[in-house]
Design a protein around this ligand. Structure first.
Ligand SMILES: Nc1ncnc2c1ncn2[C@@H]1O[C@H](COP(=O)(O)OP(=O)(O)O)[C@@H](O)[C@H]1O
Ligand SMILES: [Mg+2]
Length: 396
């Protein structure tokens, strides 16, 4: 080996940072209408008016966070009188920590960690905005993490009523909801002041995924690293998961696998190997974002499948395929166990099944047999071992 310098072909990555999840892509295609709606909503702030409240809704990995970050970037360039605060509600799950984040964004340092009441923080935030004649736009990202104990209602209620106690305060809210079933209903007292413009983020189509991933690979890898055939395999996996993050993660992991083989291009095997890891990552993230009822459904399905197998299912080999078949239940059976463990009723159960199916964690097919007409067959789309493994960290 001549010297220690890395030659270009010793890494496949030209710009590795492009494969990190928090990277904001310079080129953001296929989201024009959503971008226009966001800009339309924040534009009043340019004239010193309160911006419109907005609600961005869509499954994970559909560009919601990126769209809001882009809109904020653009706005900050053109509107010196506006301050934007992007709050990650998974990291800050209470009204207190959220307002602390906002405080920090405005004043430049966190509020003292103890002995400061919520009211005091809110006062300071409002005083700062009025005193400096600034308009504040808060993005509450992944607000679904605040749906426990009505925290989302509390946060929205506090933000949107600051102007009543502190006249002159102008605050707009962009809530980002990572969900496709709008199963959460805001409290009526919040609903009457929130009134958001809804902006929908559907899953990307196969061609859109391909063009986005192809762009990312062209910028991030050296030429010749990713062939079109291998890209298509990655696009298939991504499209099946419905989450663009899966694709970006696959690009990164398969390239790392190729590097480990000391190869200058990614093979289909590199992708398949990466997929198995990435799939588990995706599964853990999905499960962590579910409510306890939905988790209960998955746990019941997985445990029953496990029990069936331990009771000695047919055949000796325990491949993932078989696990999935074993995880089959009728909706009626499943409901009985669900009701027993959660005490919740059929309407909620039905909504949760729907959500799990939309998230592609289960298949809920109408079977033709059944004495009382149609019955549904519920199947886990992951092996029970994978599901139980992904749930583990939560129950610690
Ligand atoms: N239209 C797009 N063009 C390029 N990259 C995109 C696009 N949409 C999403 N991404 C990328 O996909 C990943 C997930 O996007 P993100 O905005 O975080 O999704 P969400 O907030 O809906 O879960 C990010 O790495 C982002 O850069
Ligand atoms: Mg997001």
């Amino acid at each position: 080996m001549p010297g220690k310098t890395l030659l270009w072909d010793q890494t496949l990555f030209r710009r590795g940072e492009l494969f990190e999840f928090d990277h904001v892509p310079e080129h953001f295609a296929h989201r024009d209408s959503q971008q226009r709606s966001l800009i339309f909503g924040v534009r009043p702030a340019l004239q010193g008016m309160r911006p419109l409240n907005m609600l961005c809704v869509g499954p994970p990995g559909t560009g919601k966070t990126t769209a809001v970050r882009k809109a904020f970037e653009e706005l900050c360039e053109h509107a010196p009188g506006v301050i934007t605060a992007h709050v990650n509600c998974q990291a800050s799950q209470t009204r207190y920590t959220i307002f602390s984040q906002i405080f920090q964004r405005l004043i430049g340092h966190a509020p003292p960690t103890s002995g400061v009441s919520f009211k005091k923080i809110l006062d300071e935030v409002a005083k700062y905005l009025v005193g400096n004649e600034k308009i504040l736009i808060v993005a509450l990202d992944d607000i679904n993490y605040l749906f426990h104990e009505k925290e989302a209602d509390n946060v929205l209620y506090s933000l949107l009523r600051v102007h009543e106690t502190h006249p002159g305060t102008k605050i707009g809210v962009i809530a980002i909801l990572s969900d496709d079933s709008l199963s959460y209903v805001f409290d009526p007292k919040v609903g009457s002041i929130f009134l958001p413009e809804e902006i929908l983020f559907p899953r990307y189509a196969w061609d859109e995924i391909k063009s986005i991933l192809s762009d990312r690979a062209k910028l991030g890898f050296y030429p010749g690293v990713l062939s079109e055939d291998v890209l298509d395999v990655i696009v298939d996996y991504t499209s099946e998961a419905g989450d663009l993050r899966v694709g970006i993660d696959l690009l990164k992991r398969s390239a790392l696998n190729a590097e480990e083989r000391a190869d200058t291009s990614i093979s289909e095997d590199d992708v398949r190997l990466a997929y198995n890891k990435s799939r588990m990552l995706h599964l853990s993230r999905m499960i962590a974002s579910l409510g306890s009822g939905e988790q209960a459904i998955l746990a019941i399905l997985a445990k029953r499948a496990e029990a069936k197998e331990q009771a000695g299912g047919k055949g000796g080999d325990t491949g993932g395929e078989k696990e999935m078949v074993e995880a089959e239940q009728t909706a009626g059976d499943l409901y009985a166990a669900f009701h027993e463990s959660t005490g919740l009723g059929y309407t909620r159960f039905h909504a949760m099944l729907h959500k799990l199916a939309t998230l592609r964690l289960i298949d809920a097919e109408i079977a033709t047999e059944g004495v009382h007409g149609r019955s549904r067959r519920i199947t886990l789309k992951y092996g029970f071992g994978d599901v139980l493994g992904a749930m583990q960290p939560r129950s610690l």
